[in-house]
Each structure stands twice: as C-alpha cells, then as structure tokens.
Design a protein around this ligand. Sequence first.
Ligand code: NAD
Length: 260
Amino acid sequence: MQRFSDRRAIVTGAGSGIGAATVARLLDEGAAVAAFDISAAGLAATTAAAEEAGTAKRLTTAVVDISLEDEVIAAVDTAVTEMGGLEALINVAAVQSCSHTHETSLDEWNRTLAVNLTGTFLMTRQALPALLKSGHGVVVNFTSTAATFAHPYMAAYAASKGGILSFTHSLALEYAKQGLRAVNIQPGGVSTALANSTLDKMPEGYDLGLWTKQTPLLHGKDNEILGDPSAVASVVAMVASDDGAFITGTEIRLDGGAHA
Ligand SMILES: NC(=O)c1ccc[n+]([C@@H]2O[C@H](COP(=O)([O-])OP(=O)(O)OC[C@H]3O[C@@H](n4cnc5c(N)ncnc54)[C@H](O)[C@@H]3O)[C@@H](O)[C@H]2O)c1
C-alpha cells in the first residue's frame, strides 16, 4: 500500500515506541517524514531501522523538545521548507510520571502539562498554516484511555491527556471548512518504554486493586499481554490517509478491549 507517496508528515516522539512504529509505517507507505524527538539516541535507532528497510532517504530527523516554543518554531519551519509542504502532523510525544496526587510536586505537574499538552499545542499551531495550505491536512493527536477512564496515581498525565482530547475537538470544528481533519488516538496497554515502566513508576503504598480495567483482552506479538506499537501505527496511517477522509473530531480507542 502506498497511500502516502505524495504526502509529507511530521511525527513527534519518533524515537521510541508508537512514534517510531508510526515513522516506519508512513515511510513504508511512501511518505516523506520529519521525525522529532528529544532523544538523539532514539532518533538514531529510528534512522537505523529506516536504513535497514531501505526508506531512510525520505526521512529527516531533528532533536526537539516540544515544550520549548523556539525549538518547535525552528524545527517545524525547517521541516516544512525541506519537504516542500505538509499534509500530516502526528503528535505522539509524551511523558508519564506517577505519584499520589497529594504528593505531586508543582514541577512534576508543570512538566507533564508542558510536554504533553502545551507541546501538542505548540506543534499544531506552528504546523497549521502549512497543513491548511495543503487543502487536506490532518492532525493526529495522542490522548490516552487515562483521559476518559480513571487511572490512579497519574492525575497530571490524565489531565494533560484530557486537555489534548478537548483541544483536538476544537481544532476539528474550527478548521473543517478549510479541509483540515483532527483526530484523537486513545491507546491503552501498548508495549513501549512508557507503558512497560508504569508499575516501576508507582508511588510507595499504591493499591494495585484500583487497576481494575487495564489488561487488554487481545494480545500483542508472541502472545505478549500488551499490544504491539505497529498495531497503533497502522491505525494512525489509516486515519492520516484518504481512507480516513470521513473521520474528524473524534477518538479512536486502541486498548485491545481493556475498557470493553
Ligand atoms: N503505550 C501505551 O500503552 C500508551 C497508553 C496510552 C497513551 N499512550 C500515548 O502514546 C504516545 C506514545 O507513547 P509510547 O508508549 O510510544 O511512549 P515512549 O516512551 O516509548 O515514547 C515517547 C517518546 O516521546 C519522546 N519525548 C518525551 N518528551 C519529549 C519532549 N519534550 N519533546 C520531544 N519528544 C519527547 C521520548 O523521548 C520518547 O521517544 C504518548 O502520547 C503516550 O502518552 C501510550
């Protein structure tokens, strides 16, 4: 399938997990991709995977902290200029920390909101002119099941993801007449660095019994309990392609049925 042979995309969080899988999938389908991440090592791994797949000539990378306005402005402008335009922005990057809410520091709260929510806003604001110019731009934002189903010990993360969910709906309505679509991907239980370390991040005295609905009904590769990032990337590709032409202002939940 070559749904992106005439399409250009920016992917954040591209150095790990779902973001890296999304870059691989879009490249595989013919896209030109600008991959952003705060981790140079993560981007090097994403580039190495593209070299192995023979798609690296359509990939550029940039080390960007999406919470920093100046870095986002420079990186988005450079990517749009180098690729000659932009059809898709995939906002994947996020951080997750866990704590009892009464012990959550203001620094932890602010950093979580700054990366997850403000970073998504900064990326979107800077990319919007190019996306609108294309006439069929798409913004795919990463929220979480934490945005709509209670997740204990991660109030800052859940609040940031709830903010993204609402932000995306605003975008969808505001720019629909200009051909822009905005869609939330709402994952849960996907095997990545972020999810595989959640239990290690739990605060002292946490109650595992509160996690009643987190286990996927379906399984990942090799019968792993958590799902595979490529299973999310394939849906992102569908949404960002013309196959998703009638999808906007909504969520697609990808949690292997954990909240069925
Ligand atoms: N894995 C899951 O089960 C799950 C569940 C719900 C939501 N999500 C969401 O899916 C998305 C992808 O997460 P993942 O599981 O692949 O996690 P991950 O930790 O594997 O990848 C996140 C990437 O974001 C990057 N990043 C962090 N801070 C950044 C910053 N300031 N600027 C730029 N890049 C930054 C990291 O370096 C990393 O490469 C996230 O938005 C996450 O909240 C994942």
